[in-house]
Design a protein around this ligand. Structure first.
Ligand code: 13P
Ligand code: SF4
Length: 340
């Protein structure tokens, strides 16, 4: 079993020795984390990294994690597709998911033999909350024979009722891989409408939306372009189609990061969650990020103290009913296969 350490034995403080040991890590984030904040982060970071080694754990961090998590304690970071691929690949027996609940469930579905922890059980997602397995069964009755492509931002039960999953980075490819001329894309109405603009297939959808991305408007971008002429504008495909149409590029969090890092523009506007800009900015000093961003309250539930607590107490373990997990895995595996 895993070697755990009790809370009581821990005395975390920012001593000169901690400062010295953590200095190489601070170098990675000093552009975006103040010295004052670092003094509170550094003791947690060292302790988390020590415990991870001792327990053989890995931290998988989504691109929306704050920089001290993303750059200083994660073993692997990326978009939803990359995190799912990594969960399937890692040899570690213990995964701490620094992300939201559906991501931890996806890791568990792909690796039922591993222990998957989420530092805060309330880290949900408005898309995952927008649809139930019963809703999907009704959709199947209403549209017999129409394949159901389910965004990974859903519960295991919803995935289990689906034909295949998708993420924002492979949605078009997945839709195009299906023989049917009509496809149901659930639950994100905006992702579905953005994909509908790129395919000849008829796309049916559901009324779900990301509470972070649905708040952006095309007018936000028009105003930003006026205020900062020449700035490159990128938008996540969970934004409404008229927002993506105003942007220079639209793609998953990984696709946006790759685009910006590859192009090295002087000024960038990322129409997405705020930590994306911080995480890219930390290692790209020549790019100025302008911030019309929105925070995801679910992603922001994950913090260094909660990650440490997760390792110390082995909580909160994510479990999925074996029957549901097997059916959900089939839909996720089909996606992973089609994304190769
Ligand atoms: P990505 O797969 O693009 O990282 O998106 C996940 C997500 O939750 C965005 O809101
Ligand atoms: Fe869900 Fe939106 Fe938060 Fe992503 S940003 S986890 S889609 S609520």
């Amino acid at each position: 079993m895993f070697d755990t350490v009790t809370h009581q034995t821990l005395q975390l403080s920012y001593t000169p020795a901690v400062a010295k040991e953590a200095a190489p890590l601070y170098d990675k984030v000093k552009r975006v984390v103040s010295e004052l904040d670092w003094a509170t982060h550094a003791p947690y970071i060292l302790e988390i990294n020590r415990l991870k080694k001792q327990m053989g754990a890995v931290v998988l961090a989504h691109n929306y994690m704050t920089p001290e998590i993303f750059h200083c304690v994660s073993d692997f970071s990326g978009d939803s597709l990359q995190l799912a691929q990594q969960a399937a690949r890692t040899d570690a027996k213990l995964i701490v998911q620094a992300g939201v609940h559906f991501m931890a469930e996806t890791s568990k579905i792909l690796s039922p033999e591993k222990t998957v922890l989420i530092p805060d059980l309330k880290a949900g997602c408005s898309l995952a909350a927008s649809i139930t397995a019963a809703d999907v069964r009704l959709l199947r009755q209403k549209f017999p024979g129409v394949p159901i492509v389910t965004y990974v931002n859903t519960s295991a039960e919803v995935k289990a009722e689906s034909d295949i999953c998708c993420t924002s980075s492979n949605a078009l490819k997945i839709v195009e891989s299906l023989e049917s001329d009509t496809v149901l894309m659930i639950p994100d109405q905006y992702l579905a409408r953005n994909i509908a603009k790129q395919t000849k297939k008829k796309i049916l959808t559901w009324q779900g939306a990301c509470e972070v991305h649905e708040r952006f408007t095309a007018n936000d971008i028009i105003k930003f372009r006026k205020a900062y002429p020449g700035a490159l504008v990128l938008a996540h495909p969970e934004c409404p189609p008229e927002v993506c149409a105003e942007a220079d590029f639209s793609g998953s969090t990984k696709a946006m990061a790759d685009f910006v890092i590859g192009k090295q523009p002087k000024k960038v506007v990322l129409i997405t969650e705020c930590s994306m800009s911080d995480n890219i900015s930390a290692s790209n000093p020549n790019i100025e990020f302008l911030r019309p961003c929105n925070l995801c309250p679910h992603m922001k539930r994950i913090s260094l103290p909660k990650i440490l607590n997760s390792l110390l107490t082995m909580t909160h373990e994510v479990t999925v009913d074996l029957g549901v997990a097997a059916r959900a895995k089939a839909a996720v595996d089909r996606m992973l296969e089609a994304s190769k």
